[in-house]
Design a protein around this ligand. Structure first.
Ligand SMILES: CC/C=C\C/C=C\C=C\C(=O)SCCNC(=O)CCNC(=O)[C@H](O)C(C)(C)COP(=O)(O)OP(=O)(O)OC[C@H]1O[C@@H](n2cnc3c(N)ncnc32)[C@H](O)[C@@H]1OP(=O)(O)O
Ligand SMILES: NC(=O)C1=CN([C@@H]2O[C@H](COP(=O)(O)OP(=O)(O)OC[C@H]3O[C@@H](n4cnc5c(N)ncnc54)[C@H](OP(=O)(O)O)[C@@H]3O)[C@@H](O)[C@H]2O)C=CC1
Length: 330
């Protein structure tokens, strides 16, 4: 039976008490993670094979993590891919591995997106290798958790240069050349759910990702006339070495994240790769200016003022309901 003593009628103190009381914690059966069984991730490519035949795709940061997964899916669906980032050895290894699995060529091009000259040279190289791409995925990013009072000017500049300026340099350089060549394209930016809400402890990333969203929504309006679509995916937490080593270095944060995600689990790289492939494909040719949150419900879970009441047990609800019903008038 439930042994909760109500010291006040404040539901928040009740909820916090429950979360820290191990005798009660197991009793709801709701937060055990078993709800993830309702939402199993599917790992195979969703679109028909050949959906990207004769199409060229550029994926920045395509050597690792989510960019690598998107490259693998696009390549499997027939695209010729170009992956670009700073570490050529990592890019070459990924390119060879994916190519050998899919039979479609993956090119590795070194590029630091913070440097507009390097971006221009990278696009020269791409033009020579494959011609201008039909699909551009701005996925490269930098981030780390840090109290804002500890950030140096260079720390701020490093993150905002990669995320906002890097995305702008790649997008503008390719956009101008595509316009000159009268070629249409799909642009996709990978942001994050806190681009919308802001978030403490990742302030340069939050500011830059919000800027990326403004850039993409603005260009969706301006460059439709040139045949360009611009869309945004905001992922929730998906385990990658790059993200988790910098945002949850001890691993202590992961359980709390899973507990607040209504689907009871992290996302997988293959799931976001399927969504990115759809958004970048001709099946989504009417989609532009869209912001797609892909987070298992984490954002709304964090936002709702009363969502902590999930941890109230049925017995506790009986008590709460009796208290509420006893109230007469205001
Ligand atoms: C758990 C996940 C849940 C949710 C995820 C949600 C959103 C995720 C968003 C993401 O973007 S995840 C992707 C993360 N991936 C990466 O960050 C990969 C690339 N990152 C890097 O290469 C580095 O981490 C980098 C961003 C710091 C850039 O490397 P670079 O070599 O160019 O920089 P420096 O090492 O020279 O540092 C520049 C500048 O920053 C200061 N700095 C670096 N780390 C920290 C830190 N941890 N705390 C405070 N400051 C830091 C460093 O000191 C330099 O400043 P100064 O010159 O010293 O002033
Ligand atoms: N994983 C997650 O939970 C979430 C991820 N995201 C977003 O997903 C995207 C991928 O992140 P994820 O795969 O997790 O992390 P990774 O660290 O694996 O990916 C980041 C990529 O960006 C590249 N990169 C970093 N700096 C530069 C630069 N200056 N020039 C060119 N490329 C650069 C890196 O390659 P290199 O080091 O070779 O330059 C790396 O391949 C990012 O936009 C991130 O913000 C958003 C929300 C959640």
């Amino acid at each position: 039976t439930c042994q909760v003593h109500f010291e006040s009628s404040n539901w928040k103190s009740l909820s916090i008490k429950r979360l820290t009381d191990s005798r009660l914690h197991g009793s709801t059966g709701l937060r055990s993670g078993s709800q993830a069984n309702f939402f199993p991730p599917l790992e195979d490519a969703m679109l028909p094979s050949g959906s990207f035949n004769n199409r060229m795709a550029l994926i920045t940061g395509g050597g690792t993590g989510l960019g690598r997964a998107m490259t693998a899916t696009l390549s499997q669906l027939g695209a010729q891919c170009i992956i670009a980032s700073r570490k050529l050895d990592v890019l070459q290894r990924t390119a060879e591995e994916i190519s050998s699995q899919t039979g479609n060529k993956v090119h590795a091009v070194q590029c630091d997106v913070r440097d507009p000259q390097a971006v221009s040279q990278c696009v020269d190289q791409i033009e020579a290798l494959t011609g201008l791409p039909d699909v551009i995925i701005n996925n490269a990013a930098g981030n780390f958790v840090c109290p804002s009072e500890r950030l140096s000017p260079n720390a701020w500049k490093t993150i905002t240069d990669i995320v906002l300026n890097g995305t702008a340099f790649v997008t503008l350089e390719l956009g101008k050349r595509l316009i000159q060549n009268q070629k249409g394209a799909s642009f996709l930016a990978i942001t994050t759910i806190y681009a919308e809400s802001g978030s403490g402890f990742v302030v340069p990333s939050a500011s830059a990702k919000a800027g990326v969203e403004a850039l993409y929504k603005s260009l969706a309006a301006e460059w439709g006339r040139y045949g360009h679509r611009f869309n945004i995916i905001q992922p929730g937490p998906i385990r990658t070495k790059g993200a988790f080593s910098r945002l949850d270095p001890t691993g202590a944060f992961e359980k709390a994240m899973i507990d607040r995600i209504p689907t009871g689990r992290l996302g997988t790289p293959a799931e976001i790769a399927n969504l990115a492939a759809y958004v970048s494909s001709n099946y989504a040719s009417w989609m532009s200016g869209a912001v797609i949150r892909f987070d298992g419900g984490e954002y709304v879970s964090l936002a709702g003022e009363f969502n902590e009441l999930r941890s109230v047990t049925p017995d506790q609800w009986k008590l709460l309901e009796a208290m509420i019903r006893k109230t007469k008038g205001s």
